[in-house]
Design a protein around this ligand. Structure first.
Ligand code: DOR
Length: 430
């Protein structure tokens, strides 16, 4: 592979606190150096003038649906969607069919990721066997086989005792436990946020408390038994609990998703099942609290929770519809449009939550940064391009997004994974 010189872009590397015009030289799958005016004979040159050059994004929370649901997504289609969205690494959740709850399935996903994926694929192992919440899965052997984290995402770990054991085990390997916080005694039967709107439009509600009670429980468990990472934070109450916990030094990190700072429950007023997610979209006050949490560092990471579903799963009565929305191809545009353009976050803060911070939590030392020796996972973004979301053109196999037709700012022009160009001129290279 010839060396690659990315020339004259505005390089944003939050890990190095860098935001300046620089050249970057990549060779043998690594970053060789960053500097002003690098001369490298024989290398391929990519002009990046007027564009942003940043570490490839890392999605801590992706559903690739492989094994089991190739009608929704495959590793091939999901990783292409990731690359087009600027994600050069994805962590794929364990709620597949069968679930990723033993070393053989971890190996299957890793091998298939290497063979068919265009970005790095890191399997997340289940916390409990069959995602049933009853008995711990074989966490040790999954970790040895390459599971990067543990989660029953899609389902809560209902028993505190099981969560305690998971935290105790996982801390031995340093792998994060990602908690889907939901008290099903409060949420079951519900399909949207419990509010005046749910009463008005006649949909059964899920109180924010369903998320918050388990956030509180997991903070208490983390203080005693080991770090926890809270998935998809959606409510003001959760943000405040995590803020206070961090102040007191609890080993808690968390993520939110673009839909929780871009949409309120108003998105389901017309029964748009594409806006049905778990946890459900909340009020304006919750959205503001999520944005404040992003701003003050309470919320560490932005993850997509890319959750592909078929048209048949969504084209039904609201109560019956599957929960989840796709997110890989819209996440960066939503961050740039709804957080950076609005000045809620500056570019460096926003990009940190998509690069070096998830890398740190996942212990990926050579990813999410651009220093010499780091993996050559780099993206080039045109910050000025405005584009309209057209789900029908997505690389994902699914179309379930409520953002169809939205105008977003900031487009991925080029994505490089391990030194190989996988997206060029905004298109997948074959
Ligand atoms: O909306 C969601 N969809 N939330 C989850 O936690 C799981 C996900 C899915 O797997 O579809």
């Amino acid at each position: 592979m010839a060396a690659l010189l990315i020339r004259g872009g505005r390089v944003i590397d939050p890990a190095a606190n860098l935001d300046a015009i620089r050249d970057i030289l990549l060779a043998d799958g690594k970053v060789v150096k960053i500097g002003s005016r690098i001369i490298s004979r024989g290398s391929r040159v990519i002009e990046a003038k007027g564009r942003l050059v940043m570490p490839g994004l890392i999605d801590m929370h992706t559903h690739l649906r492989d094994p089991g649901r190739p009608d929704k997504e495959t590793i091939a289609s999901g990783t292409r969607a990731a690359a087009l969205g600027g994600f050069t690494s994805v962590c794929c959740m364990a709620n597949t069919e069968p679930p990723i709850d033993n070393a053989a399935v971890v190996k299957y996903v890793r091998d298939k990721g290497a063979a068919e994926g265009v970005v790095n694929v890191y399997p997340v192992g289940a916390i409990t066997r069959g995602l049933k919440g009853e008995a711990l899965a074989e966490m040790g052997s999954m970790f040895e086989e390459g599971a990067i984290a543990f989660s029953d995402d899609g389902y809560p770990v209902e028993k505190a005792d099981i969560m305690r054991k998971a935290l105790e085990y996982a801390r031995q390997f340093g792998a994060p436990v990602i908690s889907h916080c939901e008290d099903r005694s409060l949420s079951s039967g519900g399909s949207m946020n419990e509010s005046a709107l749910s009463t008005m439009i006649g949909l059964p509600g899920i109180p924010a408390l369903s998320e918050e009670i388990i956030v509180a429980r997991d903070i208490l468990l983390a203080k005693k038994f080991g770090p926890v990472h809270i998935a998809h934070v959606s409510s003001a109450g959760s943000v405040e609990l995590i803020r206070q916990a961090k102040k007191r030094g609890a080993p808690v990190t968390c993520e939110t998703c673009p839909h929780y700072f871009s949409l309120t429950e108003e998105a389901v007023r017309n029964y748009d099942t594409n806006a049905k997610v778990n946890p459900p979209l909340k009020s304006t006050a919750d959205v503001q609290a999520v944005i404040r949490g992003l701003k003050d560092g309470t919320i560490d990471v932005i993850a997509t929770d890319h959750a592909p579903h078929t048209i048949d799963d969504k084209n039904v009565e609201f109560n019956q519809a599957a929960t989840g929305m796709i997110g890989l191809e819209t996440a960066l545009g939503l961050v740039m449009t709804n957080l950076v353009e609005t000045k809620a976050l500056n570019l460096k803060q926003a990009i940190a939550k998509l690069t070096v911070v998830p890398a740190r939590i996942l212990q990926l030392e050579n990813k999410g940064r651009l220093k010499a020796g780091a993996d050559a996972d780099v993206i080039i973004v045109d910050p000025k391009v405005e584009w309209v979301v057209e789900a029908s053109k997505f690389a994902s196999k699914s179309r379930n997004t409520p953002f169809n037709g939205w105008k977003l700012k900031g487009k991925v022009i080029c994505a490089i994974v391990g030194g190989k160009v996988v997206v060029r001129d905004g298109k997948i290279c074959n």
